[in-house]
Design a protein. Structure first.
Length: 181
């Protein structure tokens, strides 16, 4: 009887171990740059919420990319700027929170000022509609981009404040729509 119980416990434990190996990563902090990267340091603390219940969504995958301080993407694939040198994936924690540590992206040479942004290529969560967008900065966004962002719902305009160490900090809240609505 004891051997049978011991075998059952081992099987159950093996199932738990295998399940934990396939779960999404628990790293909710993404560092796109090292301290050597030129530019103004920027930290964005974000949360992903259910659009209907307003409850946090854990395990959300967020793919982000951006230009460097000079406004250059320097993509690995020149035909696809989402392969920019400054890119990465972050997951939300059990409270739906994540943190991005990067620099304030530079302006493009060919566009008017007021267009600094970080791309959200995809936001994916089981049971929710995929989403994308742009993170824009209130102190920098020009009138036409602001209007587009508000009208389309594709842009998230955040306020950033500089701390004593010269690091900009901002808060971002994104709501996802469940697939069954």
């Amino acid at each position: 009887m004891k051997k049978w119980l011991f075998s059952l416990i081992l099987v159950l434990l093996a199932g738990c171990i295998n399940q934990s190996m396939v779960e999404k990563p628990s790293n909710n902090i993404l560092r796109l740059v090292t301290s050597e990267e030129p530019g103004t340091p920027l930290t964005i603390n974000g949360v992903i919420l259910d659009q209907i219940t307003n409850k946090p969504i854990p395990g959300v995958e967020i793919y982000l990319y951006q230009a460097d301080d000079g406004g250059n993407y320097s993509p690995a694939d020149p035909a696809d700027e989402s392969t920019a040198r400054l890119h990465g994936i972050v997951w939300t924690d059990h409270d739906g929170k994540f943190s991005l540590h990067t620099i304030l992206p530079g302006e493009y040479d060919e566009t008017q000022d007021g267009n600094r942004h970080i791309h959200i290529e995809t936001i994916q969560a089981e049971g929710y509609q995929d989403k994308g967008g742009l993170i824009l900065f209130d102190h920098n966004v020009n009138a036409s981009v602001r209007t587009w962002a508000l009208d389309s719902g594709f842009g998230y305009i955040i306020e950033v404040k500089e701390n004593e160490q010269g690091v900009l900090h901002g808060q971002l809240e994104i709501k996802l729509e469940p697939k069954d609505t």
